[in-house]
Design a protein. Structure first.
Length: 238
């Protein structure tokens, strides 16, 4: 037996195995936590795949929040007692762990009552800025979801950890907006209809409750290629 040649082959095989292992570990580390949501695969959406009305509403709200952020440390767009609660939350946020911060933000906004866009704005569908929502202290699912998104951004959560998700709820046969947040412990869902109001839930436990339709943040748009009839469902739940 040629020991030298055998040793060389073993060395090459070992190096290949190590290289493959490293590649697999790198791939796992870079995996998009939102690649699969509620058991459905997400696909990057081009202009033809993403609804124009969602893009229009989102662009307007995003510009408004970037030009004049509603929630600053001084809570200038809030009135008592909301302002005092926000200032307290802002003072504690830097020392909170990820899940405590999510529960706190969920609780802050979910305390407000639900109401429809028709009641608040006299139109069937309106995407409110955070200031509009907080001035009225009520809104539908979009109002809560958008406000939680921008609140977490104000607390330093990067946008690649956040997704606004338009879903379909088969149990109610309606469409509903929620916020998905990636953490070290997985992706959690912030919903305005949960009780207790601070409840956050891991997305993998909600496959039967939500069917994702579209997803977006400041940098991207995604679609889940749902069945066409789901897009014709009733407007979003409050």
């Amino acid at each position: 037996m040629d020991i030298a040649r055998t040793g060389k082959r073993l060395g090459i095989l070992t190096a290949l195995c190590l290289a493959l292992a490293c590649a697999c570990m790198a791939g796992a580390a870079q995996q998009d936590p939102f690649e699969s949501l509620f058991g459905h695969k997400a696909f990057p959406a081009g202009a033809k795949d993403f609804p124009r009305y969602i893009e229009k509403h989102w662009t307007r709200v995003l510009k408004a929040e970037q030009d004049k952020p509603c929630l600053q440390r001084d809570a200038s767009c809030l009135e008592a007692p909301d302002a005092a609660q926000w200032i307290y939350l802002a003072s504690k946020a830097p020392s909170m762990d990820e899940l405590t911060l999510l529960r706190s933000v969920n609780s802050f906004f979910n305390k407000f009552p639900n109401s429809s866009d028709m009641e608040n704005y006299g139109v069937a569908d309106h995407w409110p800025t955070m200031a509009e929502f907080l001035q009225r202290r009520s809104g539908d699912c979009k109002a809560y979801t958008l406000s939680k998104y921008f609140a977490l951004r104000a607390f330093g959560v990067p946008d690649d950890k956040l997704r606004i998700v338009m879903t379909h709820q088969p149990a109610y046969k309606v469409n509903h907006a929620v916020l998905a947040v990636a953490t070290a412990k997985g992706v959690f869902i912030l919903d305005d209809l949960v009780r207790p109001i601070d409840l956050i839930r891991p997305q993998e436990t909600l496959r039967s409750e939500y069917i994702p339709l579209f997803m977006l943040n400041e940098q991207g748009r995604w679609t889940f290629k749902p069945k066409a009839e789901l897009l014709r469902a009733k407007p979003a739940r409050q």
